[in-house]
Design a protein around this ligand. Sequence first.
Ligand SMILES: [Mn+2]
Length: 326
Amino acid sequence: MTASNNITINGIRKVLERNDNFLVFMHENPDSDTIGSALALVLTLRSVGKRAYMACCDKIPQSLMFLTDGERCFGIEDLPGDFTPKFLISVDIASPNQLGKYHYLAAKIDLALDHHSCHDDLACYRFVDSGAGACAEIIYRVINRMIQGKIPEKTASLLYAALAADTGGFRYANTTPYTHKIAAKLIECGANHFQICRNLFEMKSKTALAAEAFAMENVKYLCGGKISYVRITEADKERCGFEDEDTYDVINVIRRVEGVKVAILARERTPGVYKISTRSTGDIDMAKICAMFGGGGHAGAAGCSVAEGDVDETVDKIIKECGFEK
Ligand SMILES: [Mn+2]
């Protein structure tokens, strides 16, 4: 259920000022929004004299390491020995299971900042704006309050990357005039938009290209072409020479096809466990449908995790919920 906010942006600033030793959580399978939002917040907290670190259950994908200046691992075990987290923040996280192996800390989260429509009751303080194109829009508002608009270049670049990525380069339906206003402000603050967009949307590793080639060869069209569907097994990855993180753009390749209203990707993330990702190009609310299977997300982009034996049945049910004629 969508939980109501119980704090204002100015309230968040005050709470952050009052506390110290922050640990900022990113979601599993970290993307540009969760990484950019978390790191921008951490850098800002440090700039006002606080101790702050980030945490993530998964490694930063190779293609997004330009955001973290090459750092890959943000496990709790990697934190400095003399750092004891006192105030836990989650960014871009809709439910405890998105904390992955750190889900046991969900009840300890002090502040949740998010833009997902289906938001589980995480955190004692909660600010959720499902109208925001990216979580970074919320982080921008918080940071702006903390440092009165003087956003350093690196922080501006991080927020810009998060905004650009979650809005598909300012093309998706979640892009608003406010998104563009923030983006303009961030470029004024020195965000290197050209290099960021090249990194996010143009550059591709050879192994990511191999994953896309696999998808193009193996895509199935269902319901008269309204659904595009690809399934990727561990064996497929091994045979074709790509890894799980190379599959991040596959769903966008198959959603692009003319006539497709819903794209579905089922990939074996770890042996026996599948992540089902869905994208809607029209009015179908995929977050609602994926929530039926323990997942969530946004209307246009949502997913869920299932065991290998349940993949076919779950995909069938998702397709049925979409309501197209077979
Ligand atoms: Mn996001």
